[in-house]
Design a protein. Sequence first.
Length: 89
Amino acid sequence: MDLAYEGEETRQLALELGFVPVVPPRSNRINAWEYDRATYRRRNEIERLFRRLKGFRRIFSRFEKLDVMFIAFIHFALIVEAFRSVNNP
């Protein structure tokens, strides 16, 4: 969940389904709730990784017909991202 799903109805539905929403409340909320900041930060890192992976056109448009080749290219893209993160701290 992200701030777009911050409404009471959506939050209540997530709780009823057994999920733990990790969404910070908006700053103008009267009844703000507590959330796990570390988990929210980690979720954001994962979302940014998916955004960077979509930069590889082969992943974004799924050029590969075979699942094996698609997964292989995802592994390749993750290796490239790891090298980028080591060189640009």
